[in-house]
Design a protein around this ligand. Structure first.
Ligand SMILES: *Cc1c(COP(=O)(O)O)cnc(C)c1O
Length: 498
């Protein structure tokens, strides 16, 4: 399999190259040049374990890896110590819908599915392309990504990671998760200011000439665990097939031709795009339901063909979806506009300079045939959580509730009875304050008090890894200014090499 950039189709790259690079030089995103057809293998694939299925799917895309290398990456990532239960993901029926729970990993959010394996794919890729240099991962985070990246890269040979987060910009639980992070190759630091300050600081480090030189002298390569890396996208294809085969196994669909609908709570468009890639590989999907919160730029785009980021930004009860530029949409549009780099580059340029673009009628139609876009307010989201708990005794988090809420709207409009997979992206205990409020409680005390209270009223056990954080030792408490960030990074490079 070869890869090309969405903004320049002339060049070809191997999987190891695109995983090591992350983003293409001219700003485009890497995409596969074709989609392997899995349909003929469905009867074999549906009997496979999650790990076997992951290995098979990776072998289609990572053709410059040996099967042994792929199997080793999979075996290190999806262990029963890291993911509770028999398989890394589960499908739970509640209220007539199927919830694909992707949050049974170490940090209780779906980003574990990709970030537990990315470090292994990255080190293998660097061995092939960069002579085994040390990868120094720098991540600015406003929430779930930082912790999931720390946990994924923890003690992975050949990698170092620093996570920087805005001092007053993450939840108490998220801060605890990061400040107590174990591992010899990790560091965490708070930065005075907001998320934008931190993110801009990290971007400047990547292009700082003095730091580049220092890195080079010490055989270090800067890298990011960003969600536009294809190494984060590929692992997300696996669970769509896995969920479909579980539906077949349980008798919810009669055969391996039967279509399903898939609803995804969407932010950067990575998760739902992986579902689209699965459909290109033969998964029978009737409709993708793209669910947004009050930041409904994607809803408007799907309904009108016009992407317009010039609007107010809201902080909502589903913060991991608070986003106005969904980077991975670029990949979808590339595939749907006939893989025309010039047209696509024009849209992306218009977004950068004028804050908006309008796609042509054919592309807009192609989007709306495949995708239904909808959104929920925080109030609607809370009502969904309460209704699901009251009627089906199923507790879901705010992001998952947005998917359910939007699916309800889709169903009310269409009456479409196709079996529906709703992607569940976080443990309800990760957002216990909002879930308690939805259930009519007034949240009191600290994050752990809220977890305990939610456990008490729901009778559903909280994840041990969240409760255990209370007892864990704080390892990191440094707070720096944005101006001190380059010095912080330089010091780490020197310390690690010495
Ligand atoms: C990141 C995240 C999302 C959004 O996923 P995208 O791939 O960015 O669309 C949804 N829910 C949770 C809990 C997340 O952490």
């Amino acid at each position: 399999m070869q890869y090309k950039s969405t903004r320049n189709s002339n060049l070809r790259f191997t999987a190891a190259e695109v995983i090591a690079k992350g983003i293409s030089e001219e700003g485009g995103l890497f995409v596969p040049t074709s989609f392997p057809a899995l349909k003929p293998e469905f009867h074999t694939l549906c009997k496979m374990s999650y790990q076997q299925l992951a290995s098979r799917i990776f072998s289609c895309y990572l053709t410059d890896f040996t099967q042994e290398e792929i199997d080793a990456c999979v075996a290190k990532a999806y262990t029963s110590e890291k993911f509770e239960g028999d398989a890394p993901v589960t499908l739970q029926e509640a209220g007539g819908r199927y919830f694909l729970e992707l949050w049974h990993g170490p940090t209780c959010a779906f980003k574990d599915m990709a970030l537990q394996i990315l470090p292994h794919l990255l080190t293998a890729s660097l061995e092939k392309t960069a002579g085994g240099k040390t990868a120094y991962i720098l991540t600015a985070t406003s929430g779930d990504t930082g912790k999931a990246a720390l946990d994924g890269f923890k003690d992975v040979k050949g990698t170092r990671i620093s996570v920087l987060y805005p001092h007053a910009g993450v939840s108490q639980m998220q801060q605890r998760q990061m400040d107590t992070q174990e591992g010899e190759n990790v560091s965490v630091c708070a930065v005075k200011g907001n998320f934008d300050d931190t993110q801009t600081g990290v971007k400047q480090i990547f292009t700082d000439p003095a730091l580049k030189k220092l890195a080079q002298e010490n055989d270090v390569l800067f890298s990011s665990a960003n969600s536009i890396n294809i190494g984060r996208l590929l692992p997300q294809i696996v669970y769509y097939f896995y969920a479909y085969f579980r539906l077949y196994e349980s008798g919810a669909i009669a055969d391996l031709e039967a279509p399903v609908n898939i609803a995804v709570p969407t932010g950067n468009f990575g998760n739902i795009l992986a579902g689209y890639y699965a459909s290109r590989m033969g998964l029978p999907v009737n409709k993708f339901v793209c669910a947004s919160n009050a930041n409904h730029v994607l809803t408007d785009f799907i309904n009108t063909g016009k992407y317009d980021k010039k609007r107010e930004f809201y902080i909502t009860a589903s913060p991991s979806m608070d986003i106005l530029v969904s980077s991975n949409l670029e990949r979808l549009l590339y595939h749907l506009c006939g893989e025309d780099c010039e047209t696509l580059s024009g849209w992306m340029h218009a977004l950068q300079t004028g804050g908006e673009y309008q796609v042509d009628a054919d592309t807009a139609r192609a989007v709306s045939v495949l995708f239904y876009g909808g959104c929920c307010t925080d109030e609607e989201t809370g009502a969904v959580i309460a209704a699901l708990f009251d009627k089906a005794h199923y507790l879901c988090d705010t992001h998952t509730a947005v998917a359910q809420g939007v699916y309800d709207k889709y169903f009310a409009e269409t009456g479409d009875n196709t079996p529906a997979i709703l992607v569940s992206t976080a443990s309800p205990y990760k957002f216990a304050d909002h879930v308690l409020t939805a259930l009519g409680e007034t949240p009191r005390g600290d994050a752990f008090d809220m977890v305990n209270r939610l456990e008490e009223i729901s009778g559903i056990p909280a994840q041990k890894q969240l409760k255990d954080l209370k007892k864990k030792k704080t390892r990191f408490s440094q707070v720096i200014t944005k101006e001190e960030m380059p010095g912080y990074v330089a010091q780490h490079i020197k310390d690690w090499q010495g």
